[in-house]
Design a protein around this ligand. Structure first.
Ligand SMILES: [Zn+2]
Length: 108
């Protein structure tokens, strides 16, 4: 996935959440909403629990979330390639995925 493809996904999810076409993933406890383990990002740490659901609709949060999701996807893809019979056949793909992960990490 290129950076601009990831940016497009971020913009799309931002648009959907802003227009209530998509919801942050979470749960209610004592009438308060909390993000799920996967939804929660570093940016959520200093947010008042009353504002968390609104925060999870911000561009900043969605950026962190989708970048983190993509990093997890890349890790899984690389792990999968190493498990194949001839992982050395996939070194170019592994190198490209690694480069993509480095670039994403630099913007987190
Ligand atoms: Zn957040």
């Amino acid at each position: 996935m290129t950076n601009s493809q990831l940016d497009r996904l971020i913009n799309l999810e931002f648009h959907k959440r802003r227009n209530w076409l998509s919801q942050p993933v979470g749960y209610y406890k004592d009438k308060r909403w909390y993000p799920s383990k996967n939804e929660k990002q570093k940016c959520c740490n200093n947010i008042n629990t009353l504002s968390l659901k609104t925060h999870c609709r911000t561009k900043r949060h969605i950026k962190n979330l989708l970048k983190q999701n993509r990093l997890t996807e890349i890790e899984d893809e690389i792990e999968h390639l190493y498990e194949l019979d001839y992982p050395t056949k996939h070194l170019t793909t592994i190198a490209l995925l690694t480069q993509e992960a480095i670039e994403i990490t630099e913007t987190l």
